[in-house]
Design a protein around this ligand. Structure first.
Ligand SMILES: [Zn+2]
Length: 241
């Protein structure tokens, strides 16, 4: 079984560290800065073998170069972001057609344009873990910086089709503010119960990540949108909230 550790970085980013079964190797996902990762790796005597980038934004790749200098690790990103030459120190491009081989296992890639055109998700099927970067947040989704509402709608449908027990390791701690937006438009028992759960976590200084896909299918209006027009209206309202 892989180990999973949640680190915090910058203002509200999550960096995820996977550890191998023998407890000696590490893979880091979206290192927006190097310092918290270096500290964690040294404290646990881990050797960094891979960096997985979900997209090129600086708050997700800002720590890559320093980590490569320290560990000479592989740097993985989407074929699209490689074509645009925007994954720093990138060594291996992946896509839905080109899944990732990591520590002898196969990691599925979902191409999910919308937040950016090169955005991908990493899906670990045996563990049912999804790393969606800034495509899906708890009770929210990423802003459309490069893609169209239709592209993002299709991308979210891909995530919605995964097993409902999938754990979602999203990129930012936006959950309570996202719930403020959702609850300004609708009210139900599922939303109230989930908010109470998240408020307790935050009060204890704990992350609201991971969420579970079944939870998001119940409370996330972007994942629940029945059509592109509803999605686009909800996204536009959230942009101005
Ligand atoms: Zn981003």
């Amino acid at each position: 079984m892989l180990g999973l550790h949640v680190l915090r970085a910058l203002k509200d980013n999550f960096i995820y560290v996977l550890t191998s079964e023998d407890g000696q190797q590490a893979t880091v996902i979206d290192p927006g800065e190097a310092a918290p990762v270096l500290k964690f790796l040294r404290a646990h005597s881990l050797h960094l073998t891979h960096i997985l980038c979900t997209h090129h934004h600086h708050d997700h790749v800002g720590g890559v170069a320093e980590l490569v200098d320290a560990y000479k690790c592989a740097v993985i990103g989407s074929q699209k972001d490689f074509d645009l030459n925007r994954i720093p120190r990138g060594t291996l491009a992946v896509s839905e057609q080109k899944p990732l081989k990591l520590w002898g296992r196969s990691v599925h890639i979902l191409d999910v344009p919308g937040h950016t055109l090169g955005q991908i998700c990493y899906y670990f099927e045996p563990e049912q873990m999804l790393f969606p970067g800034d495509t899906l947040f708890s009770a929210g989704c990423g802003r459309l910086f490069e893609g169209t509402p239709e592209q993002m709608f299709i991308s979210l449908r891909k995530i919605a089709a995964l097993p409902a027990s999938t754990k979602i390791y999203f990129g930012h701690e936006y959950t309570l503010h996202n719930l403020d937006f959702v609850q300004s438009r609708e009210d139900n028992q599922a939303l109230r119960a989930y908010r109470e759960h998240c408020e307790k976590l935050v009060a204890r200084g704990e992350p609201t990540s991971p969420s579970q896909l079944s939870t998001e299918l119940a409370i996330n209006p972007f994942l629940r949108a029945p059509d592109v027009a509803t999605f686009a209206e909800t996204r536009a309202a959230r942009d101005h909230f």
